[in-house]
Design a protein around this ligand. Structure first.
Ligand code: F0G
Length: 482
């Protein structure tokens, strides 16, 4: 992907791929959108895809696959044990990450489950740059706790820090001194830090963490689910690595990590997951858990078709054109929204464009889920499905008290190579309309609140009739209701 300056001025990201398979989309009128979000309990996870125009919920499992991936899926060797298809993937992992042992799993959270089961005990403390929902849930389920040691800048919604996903080395050292290797099974570093807006870590930071881990004899685990974005940003923003190739940068990152795990729904544009390491002991500790929870060691819950697609997808991730598509579209979106004063997370990260609901709807208190309300309002105003990444995505404290999120965000994920620039422009336009009418948006309250990962299937209702008023205003401004 390159950013090209048009002869007449505008700078836009230019696609380095063409579309040859398409899927029809529906854009339903605003009253039907209100009915759909009401039926979904104001939870965008519960919307039916047929009611969604642009699905910006996630990139997970919905990145476009390449012709080479689809071709690979046609040539598979299926067997319970020892399939050639598996060995192809194992070889690709060895080639890219330089890790001898590979354990397949059905998706990223399955890897987290296995890691937590193998290493986390009651009383364990796991330091990390920032948590991800499923990561934290698995560590807590085993009786451990997490400690976020992100640099302070990481939690500033607007910033010009190029690597907001970095770990604060002093904070990490203090934790090491306090708990030591007895209580700290590993440090977890997340590439393209999801919940703070897809923000990368720097290679300089990772190398320093490696040194600190060596000093205290503690393992370093990399969550590489969003590695593609992080690789792009290291090459783009870290002067020292601008002349290095993507495979070289990948190898330096991998060499710093004792264990790497990933969701192949993100990394490699397929569906599945995996864990790799050179540590034989770690491999053996996790191997039996894979056979117990996932499947035999040569498929781990994945279909052979997906394994073939993943091997090709990982190889394609080493291509700069491929990995720059999403970050450059996101940068475009962020830049256009900022031009109009819309509060967004800066600098632009990977994964998606993140609206800062904390400021967008600053009149809504955190107890009424401003990010959830904004995600519902955006769907009503556009048919675009985003994802709440704020207080709703947190779990309550053990005593039942609400845990307010550090940031109230609405994530508009950009699956790789899926949407066009005109669709992105439509999304920007409807966000501008919503911003002009933001005073109409009010909060949400739970009707049904699950105990675990409540954001996935909890149901909420608006605290007043604000959604009908929003629809009426929309009809007035767009007479055809679209
Ligand atoms: N780690 C990170 C950083 C993730 O972003 C995800 C998933 C996982 C682990 C879990 O992987 O879904 O394959 O089980 N993130 C998705 C998202 C769900 O939409 O951001 P999984």
């Amino acid at each position: 992907m390159s950013v090209v300056r048009f002869y007449r001025g505008e700078q836009i990201p230019l696609e380095m791929h063409k579309t040859r398979i398409v899927q029809k989309l529906n854009l339903i009128p605003v009253e039907r959108r209100l009915a759909a979000i009401t039926e979904a309990g104001n939870n965008t996870f519960l919307l039916k895809n047929r009611d969604v125009y642009l699905d910006l919920l996630t990139d997970s499992g919905v990145n476009a696959m390449s012709d080479r991936q689809l071709a690979a899926m046609m040539e598979t060797d299926d067997s319970y044990a020892g399939s050639e298809t598996y060995f192809k993937l194992e070889k690709k992992i060895q080639e890219i990450f330089g890790k001898k042992y590979f354990l397949p799993a059905h998706q990223g959270r399955a890897c987290e489950h296995i890691l937590a089961k193998a290493y986390v005990k009651p009383g364990s403390v796991v330091p990390m740059n920032y948590h991800f929902t499923t990561t934290k849930a698995h560590i807590v389920l085993q009786g451990g706790t997490i400690e976020e040691v992100l640099i302070d800048e990481g939690l500033k919604v607007t910033s010009d820090h190029p690597f907001k996903g970095d770990i604060d080395l002093d904070k990490l050292r203090r934790l090491f001194e306090q708990y030591g290797a007895d209580r700290i099974p590993f440090v977890r570093m997340e590439a393209g830090t999801n919940l703070i807006g897809g923000q990368p870590f720097s290679l300089a930071n990772l190398l320093a963490i490696r040194e600190l881990c060596d000093e205290f004899g503690i393992m370093l685990v990399l969550d590489a689910s969003l590695l593609a974005d992080n690789l792009y940003f290291i090459k783009e923003r870290e002067a020292e690595y601008q002349q290095r190739s993507i495979p070289e940068i990948t190898r330096i990152i991998a060499d710093c990590s004792d264990i790497i795990y990933f969701s192949a729904r993100k990394l490699g544009c397929a569906r599945g997951g995996g864990i790799c390491t050179n540590n034989e002991e770690a491999y053996k500790a996790m191997r039996e858990l894979v056979t117990l929870y996932e499947g035999f060691l040569t498929y781990g819950g994945m279909s052979v078709r997906e394994i073939e697609a993943l091997a090709v997808g990982l190889e394609e991730t080493m291509d700069e054109d491929m990995i720059s598509h999403a970050p450059q579209f996101i940068a475009y979106m962020v830049q256009e929204l900022q031009k109009h004063g819309i509060p967004v997370v800066t600098p632009a990260g990977g994964l998606g464009c993140h609206l800062d609901a904390g400021r967008f709807v600053e009149h809504i208190p955190q107890s009424q889920y401003p990010a959830g309300a904004l995600a519902a309002a955006l769907y009503i105003a556009s048919g675009v499905r985003g994802m709440e990444r704020g207080t709703l995505s947190e779990a309550r404290e053990p005593d039942g008290k609400e845990k307010y999120a550090d940031m109230e965000l609405v994530r508009l994920a950009l699956p790789r190579r899926v949407f066009t620039l005109s669709q992105v422009k439509y999304t920007i336009d409807r966000i501008l309309w919503l911003y002009d009418n933001r005073k109409l948006i009010e909060g949400l309250a739970f009707v049904e609140e699950p105990n675990v990962l409540r954001f996935f299937f909890g149901k909420l209702k608006p605290v007043s009739d604000w959604q009908s008023r929003l629809v009426a205003q929309f009809r007035q401004d767009f007479s055809n209701g679209l």
